[in-house]
Structure formats: C-alpha cells, structure tokens
Design a protein around this ligand. Structure first.
Ligand code: DGL
Length: 269
C-alpha cells in the first residue's frame, strides 16, 4: 500500500456504540488517549435498556448500527457495551470486514493476570445470563472464581437522572450486600453505565475494590490499532447520533463527556 493510501485508511473514523450514555465512560478515555482519531458515537436510546432484551433483538440492534457505520467507511467499531459484547459479538463479527472491539473479550486477559482469586461482576441480566465474564476470564485462568450478579435497575438510575437519590443508594446497597457474601477481591463494573454509580457505590464499599474495565479496554484498542492509528496531528472530528432523546443523552452523559452539539436523530428500525 502506498503511503498516501495508508494515510487515507488511517484517517477513517472509529465508530462507538452503546444503548445510551454508558459507552461515554469508554469514549471519554479513548478521546483523551487518542485525540487525533476521528470518532463517531451511536447511543441507541430507543432500545434502552439492552439488559432485558432477547438475543435476537440484541443481534439485530448491533447489526443495524454496524450497517449504519459501514456508510462512513469506518476502520473499526468499538462495542462500548458489555451486553452487546456478551450477546451479539460472536454473530456479527462474521458479517463485517472491519475490526470490531468487544469490551469483555478485549479486557479478560489483562483482568485474569491481576493477582486475584475471587472476582465479582455486576452486570445487566443479559450479560449475566451469558456468563461471558466467567467464560472469558477462566479461559486465561481457570482457577479464578467468578460470581456474576445482575443489577437490572441500575441503567435506569443512570439514564433516569437518579444518581445520588435514596432509590439509587438503596439499590446499590442491596446488590453490594449480596455480593459481599461472596467476599470478592475485586468487583468488575461489567456494564458501561455502572461507573456513573461509583459515587453511590463508594458510600458503602472502598473505591479500590472496583474495576472499571474502560481503561484496560482503551489501552488494548490503542495497542491493537498500532500502525492503523491516525498519523495526522490535528484534533480528530467527532459526530454523535442517537435513536431517541438527544437532549437527555447530552445531559446525563455530562459526568463523563461533554457533547457540545445536539446529536443527530437516526432511526435504524
Ligand atoms: N451499557 C451497556 C452495557 O455495558 C448496556 C446497558 C443496558 O442498556 O442495559 O451492558
């Protein structure tokens, strides 16, 4: 490949997606680490929450978003959603010829190498049902015990603007009480929405007990893209899309990322 066509390829955008603002906890770290990349973000708020959807529905949403991203000639897509990584990735990875990064599978090796014997996972019902964290971590270290607990109401707490309320505090306490019976060395926040609840969680449990995989994920993507990273040293452009509730998305996402212009509404159904 000539240098100019390589440069052309490298400057193609990277698409991110999640059901809502959760993926911004990954996206914000990515933009900080790789500000020259051109990036797109799709928040599928019309189908929120993903955690109570069926396998077929989740595969359908992911397929539609990746087909949408195909029009932008993306060089890669980041599944900034644990539920979609757990349920849809294995199917859709065969259907597209660009690189697809799923959060769980991309982080499992690094997590399995941390010296731990018991890991707790808080995740959505669909992620827990798949046991994706248990399977992926035990692939690298079968000795590690993994206990996955579903927190079906947590995404609504974040997307409904209920952080810090009595409802949120009662809910995080209830799930922490259940998890601490297992006495985990660390607890993975296995849904990209859950880092928004860290303030509430740390009222009852120490901060250093939680693993937010987003940093590990961004490091993995950066090193895997390697020579395919944009060589241009200007700040990359970014574009946001949502399938519903553009203003709500901007407001709730502020904790992690300031989206400066209202996202474009796109209906993929
Ligand atoms: N943030 C997503 C995840 O990591 C989806 C949560 C949901 O919509 O239920 O699983």
């Amino acid at each position: 490949m000539s240098t100019s066509s390589q440069n052309n390829m490298n400057s193609k955008p990277i698409g991110f997606f999640d059901s809502g603002v959760g993926g911004l906890s990954v996206y914000s770290k990515f933009r900080k680490a790789l500000p020259n990349e051109n990036t797109l973000y799709f928040g599928d708020l019309a189908h929120l929450p993903y955690g109570n959807k069926s396998f077929d529905e989740l595969v359908g949403y992911a397929r539609n978003i990746l087909n949408f991203y195909k029009n932008f000639e993306v060089k890669a897509v980041v599944i900034a959603c644990n539920t979609s990584s757990a349920q849809a990735y294995d199917i859709i990875k065969k259907e597209f010829d660009f690189k697809i990064y799923p959060i769980i599978q991309s982080c499992a090796k690094v997590i399995s190498e941390i010296k731990l014997s018991k890991i707790g996972v808080f995740a959505t019902s669909a992620t827990v049902k798949s046991l994706a964290y248990t399977k992926e971590i035990q692939k690298f270290n079968p000795q590690i015990l993994v206990n996955e607990i579903a927190c079906p109401d947590w995404v609504e707490l974040v997307e409904g603007g209920l952080l810090g309320t009595k409802i949120a505090l009662n809910s995080v306490k209830k799930h922490l009480d259940e998890m601490t019976q297992f006495n985990p060395d660390k607890i993975i926040l296995g849904c990209t929405h859950y880092p928004y609840l860290l303030n509430d969680l740390t009222k009852f449990y120490p901060k250093d007990k939680f693993i937010d995989p987003s940093g590990i994920f961004v490091d993995f993507i950066k090193s895997d893209l390697g020579l395919k990273l944009n060589q241009n040293d200007t700040i990359g452009y970014e574009k946001f899309f949502v399938s519903a509730d553009a203003e709500k998305f901007v407001n709730n996402g502020k904790i992690f990322y300031e989206v400066k212009t209202l996202p474009e509404m796109v209906n993929l159904d």
